[in-house]
Design a protein around this ligand. Structure first.
Ligand SMILES: [Zn+2]
Length: 103
């Protein structure tokens, strides 16, 4: 657990700043506005008012994820909160419970 956190925080801070800046730009783009206006949370598949959907990185910036279209998805507040507080393995398990093909 401790080692794992150290690994994440040892990433190059400049790269992370750069990706966060790119995320802000992406959030202001027409592409994102259209994507969000569909009103669907990528994770739970629920329908939400677009303003309640936040931009989430599939692979977090802290884990080397990039602010590119195929790494960002609309995410509802519930999923966002869960994702922030869960370990990646717990999140994966949560995703499995939401996956209709998974028994
Ligand atoms: Zn959700």
């Amino acid at each position: 657990m401790v080692n794992y956190m150290e690994f994440y925080f040892s990433q190059d801070e400049d790269i992370q700043k750069h990706e966060k800046q790119k995320a802000r730009e992406l959030r202001n783009s027409q592409w994102w506005k259209r994507r969000r206006s569909q009103g669907i949370c990528h994770y739970c598949g629920g329908g939400f008012p677009p303003k309640e959907l936040t931009m989430d990185h599939l692979v977090p910036i802290a884990r080397g994820g990039r602010s590119v279209k195929n790494n960002v998805v609309p995410c509802c507040k519930d999923c966002n909160t869960k994702k922030r507080h869960m370990l990646p393995i717990e999140w994966d398990e949560y995703m499995n419970t939401l996956d209709p093909d998974h028994n």
